[in-house]
Design a protein around this ligand. Structure first.
Ligand code: ADP
Ligand code: MG
Length: 252
């Protein structure tokens, strides 16, 4: 479990977002982080993933302070998929996935049969088998995004954090990806926490919502979040109405 206690995240002395009390992320959940542009979704994700940008409060992993883990221990517990394209363009899709097995390989980095099996299974479930030999630099944004997410799955950490994982995908790939992630979490007892602008998909598919609004971080089950009228408060507009029954937006 990840536990945050009286967390304040931000830059220097400037608090971007905060939560009084405890917030716990349990296992086997798909959790969406929502909030307006600039509300602090990315800052919050980085704080949870790496302890960066924490002004006050503590992050604990399985009841032990984040700082008491070695970098290697953390890399087996949490991985993060960022939107930046900062990685080696000349590596193939398969090589990129192989590298992310590093926390599990021996000191010369040799992959075992089990590593290859996980890579093959993930390439298949992400519909990437036909791209496995392609250099990462030659992929479209959407293909690359699927590769970077597959890479985090291959790393096989308990928690995977993702910043806007569906931003470059078209509607069917967005839905396919989130259904895949939800099933992955539920079947494998893993937790994916992702920042998103896709409110409709988040409401339809996530188990829990973290909302950031006016610097306050709140954490609810998706059902409770929808039953409160938070969504309209966070994204007020006379032209958009959220239909809770149908989990749908109406524009007028
Ligand atoms: P979101 O992901 O919700 O759009 P961010 O977490 O990126 O929001 O940003 C939250 C706030 O923190 C914004 O006001 C942004 O300008 C500020 N911010 C982001 N990165 C930095 C930084 N490196 N230094 C100072 N302020 C930053
Ligand atoms: Mg962001």
């Amino acid at each position: 479990m990840i536990q945050l206690e009286n967390i304040q995240v931000g830059y220097g002395h400037c608090v971007v977002a905060q939560m009084e009390g405890d917030l716990a992320f349990a296992k086997a959940k798909l959790i969406a982080i929502i909030g307006p542009n600039g509300s602090g979704k990315s800052t919050f994700l980085r704080a949870v993933a790496s302890g960066q940008h924490i002004i006050d409060g503590t992050v604990k992993l399985e009841d032990k302070n984040w700082n008491d883990y070695s970098a290697e221990e953390r890399s087996r517990f949490i991985s993060i998929v960022l939107t930046e394209r900062a990685f080696s363009y000349f590596l193939s899709v398969r090589e990129l996935l192989e590298l992310s097995r590093a926390p599990y390989t021996n000191y010369i980095g040799k992959l075992a049969d089990e590593d290859h099996a996980i890579i093959n299974k993930t390439l298949e479930s992400f519909d990437l088998k036909s791209l496995e030999k392609r250099k990462a630099g030659t992929l479209s944004d959407g293909q690359l995004q699927r590769v970077l997410i597959a890479r985090a799955i291959v790393q096989d950490t308990q928690y995977i954090l993702m910043d806007e994982p569906t931003s470059h995908l078209d509607i069917n790939h967005k839905a396919d990806l989130l259904v895949l992630l939800r099933d992955y979490c539920h079947k494998n007892n893993k937790t994916v926490i992702f920042a998103t602008h896709e409110l409709q998909l988040a409401m339809a598919l996530s188990d829990e919502i973290v909302s950031i609004h006016h610097r306050n971080i709140k954490h609810n089950s998706t059902q409770d979040f929808m039953n409160s009228n938070e969504l309209q408060k966070i994204f007020p507009s006379p032209h958009v109405n959220f239909d809770k029954g149908k989990v749908d937006f109406r524009f007028e």
